[in-house]
Design a protein around this ligand. Structure first.
Ligand code: GLY
Ligand code: MN
Length: 440
């Protein structure tokens, strides 16, 4: 989809958001939704600031991710208003004046000082639902985040509009560019830091722009689920490479993981088997499927992969029943994704609140909702050889279930994770990540 085709989807997206805002306001009995973009945070005992991170409730409305001190006012039946801070400042780069496909949909007031926003906000702050963090308070406009409004908006944010799906497809295309460059760097013998730099160069995104810190793990480091250290020098011998790295597009995230073997060996075969299981799971992203069931089925599928590879000495059902699969696959199958890489409301029972519990023994699952059209979820099964968890198998009296010599074959390679972003539709799912890889 081209940029102008994505732009053409924006008015309908905005109309959906306006309908949701009207209902959220009805539920909390206010007249206006007021959303600050957020402000910079000072580091402790310092005059330097942390990198700016926009309020997700703000970027839900417009692809403006670098405009601190701005405000959005949504009043049902009126054009939404953007109060845009464009300071007169010769110390820092000033944000460009709003322009582009979305700008014409807003009434825009440009202000030069943060406090000038007050004159542009509704007259009576008590009639406003103010969504933001405490630090954004300005005069009487103190964020109060009415729970009824937040619960409603966050629940429905799981259902992406066609515009949002197009934005996430674009984020995936950028991430795939990075993944290709990273693989070239790995094959050329770069270390973790060098691969990270190749990724940033290819995506045009640095640590502040990326939706999460890159996980670039060589050899044993792939057994650390959120390994972010990035050794500066290449290891003496290269065995394996796990890369979990995403990209941002106008405030929307991609989250993509691939694993490679340095050789055409048994580890490469194990990667291929996990990849095949991952694709089968991704193909099941259909309306009506409880994501918890997909997570539990992933345990069975991965235990089957490990049995086939000779790591398990018992059948897949027995390995799952005895809890052995949890030592090899110790995280959730995935999560909702959108404006945030781990999207909000993963456990929401309804748009009025309530929680859908995780299955017993699966504390790290981040999504317990039933899939519906418009949801975008990650599917990221993995198998790892983590010493602490391998010891736990023994402590639990399950050592007989594992071929420990076979574990030693794979241990130096750390682990495997394969992750795609998959959109649920009325029909077959759209695998945004595989489509981006297929585009070449
Ligand atoms: N990509 C990192 C995560 O999903 O936790
Ligand atoms: Mn993920």
């Amino acid at each position: 989809m081209t940029r102008s085709e994505t732009a053409a989807l924006y008015p309908a997206h905005l109309a959906t958001l306006e309908m949701r805002a009207a209902e959220a306001l009805r539920r909390c009995q206010r007249d206006h939704l007021v959303v600050p973009s957020g402000t910079l945070h000072l580091r402790a005992f310092d005059d330097l600031e942390y990198p700016y991170a926009v309020n997700p409730q703000f970027k839900a409305w417009l692809p403006l991710t670098d405009a601190p001190g701005s405000w959005l006012v949504v009043t049902p039946g009126r054009r939404p208003k953007l109060v845009f801070l464009q300071p007169q400042d010769y110390w820092h780069a000033v944000p460009d004046a709003p322009s582009g496909y979305w700008a014409e949909q807003f009434e825009i007031a440009v202000i030069r000082n943060p406090e000038d926003a007050l004159a542009q906000l509704p007259a009576d702050a008590s009639r406003c639902a103010i969504l933001g963090e405490a630090q954004s308070a300005l005069g009487d406009f103190v964020p109060d985040n009415p729970p009824e409004a937040i619960a409603y908006l966050e629940y429905h944010r799981a259902f992406k509009t066609p515009y949002e799906i197009a934005m996430m497809a674009a984020a995936n295309r950028t991430a795939v560019r990075g993944h290709r460059a990273a693989l070239r760097a790995f094959r050329a013998g770069s270390g973790e830091f060098g691969i990270h730099l190749a990724y940033c160069q290819a995506t045009g995104q640095d640590v502040n722009a990326l939706p999460y810190g890159n996980i670039i793990a060589l050899n044993r480091h792939a057994a650390i689920l959120h390994y972010m250290t990035q050794e500066r020098l290449p290891p003496k011998s290269l065995r394996s490479f796990l890369i979990d790295a995403g990209a941002d597009h106008g405030g929307y995230a991609a989250d993509v993981t691939r694993t490679y073997s340095a050789q055409d060996d048994d580890f490469a075969a194990l990667i291929a088997a996990v990849d095949s299981a991952q694709q089968s799971l991704a193909a099941r992203v259909r309306p009506g499927l409880d994501y918890r069931q997909l997570h539990l089925d992933a345990h069975l599928a991965l235990a089957g992969v490990l049995r086939e590879a000779g790591v398990l000495r018992v059948g897949a059902e027995e390995a799952v029943a005895r809890g052995v699969s949890r030592a090899f696959f110790p995280h959730g199958l995935g999560h909702g994704i959108g404006l945030q890489v781990h999207d909000v409301a993963g456990f929401a029972a309804s748009d009025a609140g309530g929680t859908l519990d995780k299955p017993d023994g699966h504390p790290f699952l981040r999504l317990t909702r039933t899939l519906e059209p418009g949801m975008v979820v990650t599917i990221e099964p993995g198998v790892y050889f983590i010493d602490m968890l391998l010891d736990q198998i023994k402590a639990d009296g399950c050592a007989d279930a594992v071929d420990w010599d076979r574990v030693e074959d794979f241990r130096p390679c750390g682990g495997i994770r394969i992750e795609d972003d998959v959109a649920c539709t009325e029909d077959a799912p759209i695998n945004l990540t595989r489509e981006a890889f297929a585009e070449g």
